[in-house]
Design a protein around this ligand. Structure first.
Ligand SMILES: Cc1cc2nc3c(=O)[nH]c(=O)nc-3n(C[C@H](O)[C@H](O)[C@H](O)COP(=O)(O)OP(=O)(O)OC[C@H]3O[C@@H](n4cnc5c(N)ncnc54)[C@H](O)[C@@H]3O)c2cc1C
Length: 257
């Protein structure tokens, strides 16, 4: 948006790629190439060492490599660190956030934590996560309320997230860490595609660019616990819808049996 308004934009990123905590390397590389094509300068493996200013206004950012980037505005987007001091003082276990179980209960069960501050073992990947998204916070809030009301239901929401970057509507569902291969539906050249990430034969997540229908279908598939084969994915949305419908029908029959 700033670029479209004719501003010179430089992105300074500490690690060696963009969106390191959010998307798989293939999408990060795609976003980088697309932003560079419209003139955004991207410096990876670089940090801002200090800011310079005149009369209370910023005038430049000095990078860790000593480059001076003249600037009228600096936008700092470097994530958050959870405030865990209160929990720690109360004797609650803390590790990259307040540790909670699948019912959102901390190590002191009468104290629950949700959202950006809560770290937990994710049912979907088996790994420890602390997710920063509206969907995660609101799904956990609903579950925490049910826990307080005495329902012992586990947290089984499928994580999803979105972001609009330039002309890319980026939508992610699932968690793709640990993926060992992927499949592409659509066309990168047309800026409309989805990447299906697999670990072995299990679908871990889908990252879509300008293919919202793939994202919505992905939420239904992962929410139902359905992992389509790569062959079905290659058959496109109609094949996936049919396979999901058949899976749901089988589940219904199994539940009735
Ligand atoms: C700039 C920005 C853009 C974002 N964009 C998106 C997006 O596009 N999509 C998306 O899904 N997510 C987005 N997020 C993330 C999303 O906003 C957070 O994941 C979500 O708000 C987390 O909800 P939460 O309730 O855990 O925490 P918060 O929304 O941070 O709420 C915590 C509240 O607790 C209060 N508090 C803290 N300590 C205490 C205390 N001791 N006593 C009482 N109150 C206390 C705080 O003041 C705060 O109001 C964005 C975040 C930022 C900062």
């Amino acid at each position: 948006t700033l670029r479209a308004a004719g501003r010179n934009v430089t992105v300074v990123e500490a690690v060696d790629r963009l969106l390191g905590r959010a998307v798989a390397p293939i999408i990060a590389a795609y976003v980088r190439q697309r932003l560079e094509a419209i003139g955004v300068r991207i410096l990876t493996g670089t940090t801002v060492a200090r800011l310079e200013g005149d009369s209370g206004r910023v005038s430049a950012a000095i990078t860790s490599s000593g480059e001076r980037l003249p600037a009228q505005m600096v936008i700092i987007g470097i994530g958050v660190v959870p405030n865990v001091e209160l929990a720690e003082a109360a004797g609650i276990a803390v590790s990259n956030g307040i540790r909670v179980d699948q019912h959102m209960q901390s190590t002191i069960p009468e104290i629950l934590a949700i959202g950006d501050a809560a770290a937990y073992r994710h049912w979907f990947t088996g790994g420890d996560v602390r997710l920063e998204s509206v969907q995660n916070a609101t799904d956990q809030a609903r579950l925490a309320a049910r826990t307080i009301l005495g329902h012992a239901e586990p947290f089984t929401a499928v994580p999803w997230f979105w972001s609009d970057i330039g002309d890319m509507k980026l939508q992610m569902v699932g968690l793709t860490q640990g993926g060992d291969h992927h499949l592409v539906l659509g066309d990168l050249a047309e800026n409309k595609f989805s990447i299906y990430h697999y670990a072995g034969d299990r679908l871990l997540g889908i990252e879509s660019v300008n293919r919202p229908a793939d994202h919505m279908l992905g939420r239904k598939m992962l929410g139902a616990g359905f992992s389509p084969t790569p062959q079905t994915v290659a058959g496109g949305p109609d094949a996936l819808k049919a396979a999901l419908a058949a899976f749901n029908e089988d589940e219904l029959i199994r539940a009735r049996a």
